[in-house]
Design a binder for this molecule. Structure first.
Ligand SMILES: C[S@@+](CC[C@H](N)C(=O)[O-])C[C@H]1O[C@@H](n2cnc3c(N)ncnc32)[C@H](O)[C@@H]1O
Length: 239
């Protein structure tokens, strides 16, 4: 293994472990989204748009079990994409996976042909509401009308007691995994509270503004929530 691969595999290992501490239902989440997409696609061939595909977890969770699905994975991190590439090659998925280094704007809009899309654990890394909206609109405009979309993101009102209570739960996951209270307090201060939380009403409004309909919250674990919805008609698109 060369230095680059070693670095990427350490990074992957770190991410894999931490994601499952931060979200103890992480693997179940991928299973639930797969079930939803399968039911929506009803056995048909499916082209899947994965925003934030770095690390490759959507591709490796859904690729082998759904041989008729093809994937376009988009990520701004070259290192994370290298991990995705390595994992998909190992699983023999590369002929069904197209990886794009960049943002939604790097996915040609003429390809408004995706049958389903996911954006898992990405939106809270984007600070500006306008940029979040552009991402969601960009996803919407590349989906077939009626296509299902799953959004999973940190959510909550920074000033509300409800988020504080969920933060308490999130802290407990890390304490139970063996981190000291000092380390966890530091992680809260310098890490998790730096991400962009949005109250759930605003997330639902943002989805609506971006052209999505039938918005339903289906998932909550600790600080994170998940919404299922459908791409409405394309008339609202204006990127
Ligand atoms: C926490 S990881 C989640 C990866 C994967 N979706 C999962 O759930 O395991 C967040 C990923 O989103 C990527 N990312 C952040 N902002 C992005 C953007 N605007 N467009 C595409 N990818 C982005 C990061 O590079 C990173 O790989």
């Amino acid at each position: 293994m060369n230095d680059n691969l070693t670095h990427n595999s350490e990074m992957a290992h770190h991410y894999e472990t931490n994601a499952r501490i931060s979200i103890p239902s992480y693997d179940a989440l991928f299973g639930m989204v797969q079930s939803y997409f399968r039911a929506e696609l009803n056995g048909e061939v499916g082209s899947v748009l994965v925003i934030g595909a770095g690390g490759g977890n959507e591709l490796t969770a859904w690729g082998p079990t759904n041989p008729a699905w093809t994937f376009t994975g988009v990520d701004i991190s070259e290192d994370m994409l290298k991990i995705a590439k390595f994992k998909t090659n190992q699983l023999g998925l590369s002929s069904r996976v197209n990886l794009i280094h960049g943002t939604i704007h790097d996915v040609p809009e003429v390809d408004a042909v995706f049958d389903v899309a996911s954006c898992i654990l990405v939106l809270h890394f984007i600070d500006k509401v306008q940029e979040k909206r552009e991402l969601l609109k960009g996803i919407h405009s590349r989906l077939k009308p009626g296509a299902p979309f799953v959004l999973v993101t940190a959510y909550g009102d920074r000033d509300g007691s409800e988020l504080k209570d969920r933060l308490h739960v999130w802290r407990s996951f890390w304490l139970d995994a063996g981190k000291s209270p000092t380390t966890v307090n530091e992680m809260v201060k310098t890490g998790i509270m730096k991400i962009s939380f949005m109250p759930e009403e605003q997330i639902e409004e943002l989805l609506q503004d971006s052209g999505f309909t039938h918005i339903t919250k289906f998932f909550v674990t600790g600080l994170f929530g998940g919404w299922m919805c459908h791409a409405g008609s394309h008339s609202v698109d204006s990127e």
